[in-house]
Design a binder for this molecule. Structure first.
Ligand code: CP
Ligand code: NVA
Length: 308
């Protein structure tokens, strides 16, 4: 039976906290959990959830994953804890380390997450920041592996905002060595720090392409991926971004320009008729609900590795 290996890093703040081998190991464990070939009881471990932003998938999949591992979760809602009153992160992190075995945090500034990790004596997991969404990327690549088996034969095209989801896809994609393309309007490219790191990982620079030309990015793609144009915290930019992203919708016409075997991914929640049409998200090529399910399996695998 496959056994979870301890990870080299104590925390999972970024896709880059894992090595290529560790990503593949987590995906392997996740498949085994999904196929009911693996059953692990961690013995009453407790996961604390600090969510400064709304969540359905991340929150619930972590809760179910922890329950399946024989553990429990505590919802540390910032508005009803002293976090909302402004207790310093360094104090909260040290206190929670005495109660919880692991903490998953969804917040705005990535530096706040890093501050938690600095003061926590137990593992800290990034449940989404403005910079990255690395748990999402693990589920995305499990979904891609289920479809295509060999990452090296896959071209993944992300269309839309160069946001947290795009950043983690780029980094995890670089670790796995597949071709990643991002098509976005001018000015909405992914973080230059992220792309610089990805280019360092890729031996072949041609495997990461950032372009403003959507048709060029879609030709020959096996996976078309999109996310909302305005992320949580960007509500005031919504009107402007809706205009800027005009032409960056995944519709049937665009889908027809990709490979015949192309699948559609979206991290969800989606705004139908903005970044994706209802027809495409409901089409046979859509894998969005498998992708959402896979959040639970990869997080179960991740928790095992962090807590073993
Ligand atoms: N994809 C994702 O993280 O969804 P939630 O915001 O519902 O957690
Ligand atoms: N980019 C989106 C992802 C939501 C899961 C956001 O940050 O709001």
């Amino acid at each position: 039976m496959l056994k979870p290996n301890k990870l080299a890093n104590n925390n999972f703040l970024s896709s880059l906290d894992l090595s290529s081998e560790e990503v593949l190991h987590i995906l392997d464990l996740a498949s085994n959990f999904k196929n009911k070939k693996l059953n692990i009881d961690l013995g009453n471990k407790v996961l604390g959830l600090i969510f400064d932003k709304s969540s359905t998938r991340t929150r619930v999949s972590f809760q179910v994953a922890m329950t399946r591992l024989g553990g429990a979760t505590i919802d540390l809602n910032p508005t009803t804890s002293q976090i909302g009153r402004g207790e310093p992160i360094k104090d909260t992190a040290r206190v929670l380390s005495r109660y919880c075995d692991v903490i998953a945090i969804r917040t705005f500034d990535h530096s706040d997450l890093e501050e938690y990790a600095k003061w926590s004596t137990n593992p800290v997991i990034n449940a989404l920041t403005d910079l990255e969404h690395p748990c999402q990327a693990l589920a995305d690549f499990l979904t891609i592996k289920e479809e295509f088996l060999d990452f090296k034969k896959v071209v993944l095209t992300f269309i839309g905002d160069g946001n947290n989801v795009a950043n983690s896809l780029i980094l995890c994609g670089a670790l796995l060595g597949l071709e990643v393309r991002v098509a976005c309007p001018k000015g909405y490219e992914p973080s230059p720090i992220v792309t610089k790191k990805a280019y360092e990982i890729y031996k072949n620079k041609g495997l990461l392409k950032i372009t403003n030309d959507i048709n060029e990015a879609v030709a020959g793609a096996n996976v078309l991926y999109t996310d909302v144009w305005s992320s949580m915290g960007e509500e005031s930019q919504k009107e402007e971004k809706d205009k800027e992203f005009n032409g960056f919708t995944i519709d049937s016409n665009l889908l027809n320009k990709a490979c015949d075997d192309a699948i559609i991914l979206h991290c969800l929640p989606a705004y139908r008729s903005k970044e994706i049409t209802d027809e495409v998200i409901e089409s046979k090529k859509s894998r969005v609900f498998d992708q959402a399910e896979n959040r639970m399996h990869v997080q179960q695998a991740l928790l095992c590795c962090l807590l073993s």
